[in-house]
Design a binder for this molecule. Structure first.
Ligand code: FEO
Length: 393
C-alpha cells in the first residue's frame, strides 16, 4: 500500500497493528512507522520502519519504484523504530546516501557500523530536483539526533516523532478518523515521551515560527498525517508545553485491605460534590502510561499508598519512578494512605512529590487501620484544601 500525500510524495510506511508495548508505554491501539518516498530526480526515502516490518516498507516502495533505485535516505531520527531497517535497506540499495545530523551519524555508526552519511544541520538545503528538503534540527525531540525535514514547494513538514500518535488505522489522514481518538493518543504520546522535554519542544515551535515556515501539512513518523488540522496539533503542543491545566483532580492509589481505597473514595466524593471533575484510578488496574495521559491536563493529584514493609506499595513506587523521569509540572499534589503501626508511605510520597517540584499540600493525610468518623472529617477537610487551591489557580 502506498498513499499519495502530496505531488509525487507517498506514504510507504508500515502499520504495527498488534503492538501493545512501546518501551514500557501501553499502545492499546497499535502504532505505525511512517516512511515517505519522494519521487524526483533523486529518489528519496524519509525514514525507514522497525526492522520486523521491513517487508511491508519494501512492498510499498515497490508499487512505485524499484527499491534499488533509491538515491537518498533521510534519517530524521535514529531510534530503532525508524532506523533498524537501514542495514537491510543498504544491502538492497547499496548506493544510497544517508543524510542525518552530526549526532545521528555517531549513533548510526555505533548501531550499524560505518555508513555513507553526509551530516546536515539547521538551514541546510538538499536539492532533489524540482523539490528541495530544508533541515531543522530538533535536539531531544525525541533524542539528541532528531531533526525535521521541510519541503517548501508543498508546505510539508516531515516532523518525525513530533506531533505523532500511536494509533494503527487503515486511514492515513486526520480528517478520515475519529479526531477525539487521535487527539487523545497525541496527548498520551506527549505525556509519556515528551513531557520532560517541554522547554525544548517550545524552542522547536519557536524555531518553526522564526523560520516562517508555511505549513500546509504535517507528516509525523507515527500515526495519522495532519492534513486538515495541522493548526490543532500545534496549538495542543503549545498548551502541553506550557502545562496548561483545567479543574480536574486525579486520585491515584493502590490498596491492600481497602483502607487506602476508602480514603480515596471520600476524597473523590468531596471533589465531585464541589463541582470539580475527578477521576479515581487504582494502580493495579491502570497502567502507568494511562495515568500519565490522564495527568496531562489535571490540576490536582492525590497519590495514595498503604504502608507495606515500612515503605510505599510497589505499584505506587513504580509510578513515582516514572513520574520523576517525565517531570509533569504545575500540579497541586498531596499524599494519603493507611497504615497499621509505622506509616512511612505518606511522608515518603510527600517527599517524592516535593522533589518533583510540584506544589505539595503538607502534611499528607494518614489513617490508621480504617477511617473512623473523625478521620473521615479530616479527609473531607484535606480535600477542601485541594478544592480551594484548584479554584484559586
Ligand atoms: Fe519514534 Fe524516538 O522514535
Amino acid at each position: 500500500m502506498s498513499i499519495l500525500i502530496k505531488d509525487n510524495i507517498y506514504w510507504v510506511g508500515a502499520i504495527d497493528w498488534n503492538l501493545r508495548d512501546f518501551h514500557g508505554y501501553v499502545t492499546g491501539r497499535g502504532a505505525t512507522y511512517n516512511s515517505y518516498l519522494i519521487l524526483d530526480d533523486k529518489i528519496t526515502l524519509v525514514d525507514t520502519v522497525k526492522s520486523t516490518l521491513l517487508g511491508d516498507l519494501l512492498a510499498n516502495i515497490s508499487h512505485l519504484v524499484d527499491p534499488q533505485k533509491i538515491d537518498y535516505l533521510i534519517c530524521n531520527h535514529i531510534e530503532k523504530d525508524h532506523s533498524s531497517s537501514i542495514p537491510d535497506l543498504m544491502r538492497i540499495a547499496p548506493n544510497v546516501k544517508i543524510f542525518a545530523t552530526k549526532m545521528a551519524r555517531i549513533g548510526l555508526n555505533k548501531y550499524y557500523g560505518n555508513l555513507p552519511i553526509e551530516t546536515v544541520k539547521t538551514g541546510d538545503i538538499l536539492k532533489l530536483g524540482k523539490k528541495v528538503l530544508q533541515f531543522i534540527e530538533i535536539p531531544m525531540i525525541h533524542w539528541p539526533d532528531s531533526m525535521m525535514s521541510y519541503i517548501p514547494q508543498d508546505g510539508l513538514l516531515l516532523s518525525n516523532d513530533a506531533f505523532g500518535q500511536h494509533i494503527a488505522t487503515s486511514k492515513r489522514f486526520d480528517d478520515e478518523v475519529n479526531r477525539a481518538d487521535v487527539m487523545y493518543e497525541a496527548g498520551k504520546y506527549f505525556a509519556n515521551l515528551l513531557t520532560h522535554l517541554a522547554p525544548l519542544i517550545q524552542n522547536a515551535l519557536n524555531k518553526i515560527d522564526e523560520l516562517k515556515l508555511s505549513i500546509d501539512m504535517i507528516a509525523p513518523s507515527h500515526g495519522v498525517i495532519w492534513r486538515s488540522f495541522p493548526g490543532d496539533i500545534i496549538a495542543a503542543y503549545r498548551d502541553w508545553c506550557s502545562f496548561t491545566t483545567r479543574e480536574k483532580v486525579l486520585i491515584i492509589y493502590d490498596t491492600m485491605w481497602q483502607a487506602t481505597e476508602t480514603i480515596a473514595k471520600i476524597l473523590l466524593d468531596t471533589i465531585i460534590n464541589a463541582g470539580i471533575d475527578a477521576k479515581l484510578l487504582k494502580l493495579r488496574e491502570t497502567h502507568r502510561s494511562d495515568v500519565m495521559s490522564e495527568l496531562l491536563d489535571a490540576r490536582g493529584l492525590f497519590l495514595g499508598s498503604p504502608t507495606i514493609h515500612r515503605t510505599m506499595f510497589p505499584t505506587v513506587a513504580d509510578l513515582v519512578c516514572y513520574m520523576q523521569g517525565l517531570k509533569p509540572q504545575k500540579k497541586i499534589a498531596a499524599a494519603f494512605g493507611s497504615f497499621g503501626w509505622s506509616g512511612e508511605a505518606v511522608p515518603m510520597l510527600t517527599d517524592a512529590l516535593k522533589n518533583m517540584d510540584l506544589s505539595v499540600i503538607e502534611p499528607g493525610i494518614k489513617v490508621q487501620y480504617m477511617p473512623d468518623s473523625d478521620d473521615k472529617e479530616r479527609i473531607r477537610t484535606f480535600a477542601s484544601d485541594m478544592i480551594a487551591r484548584i479554584k484559586h489557580q
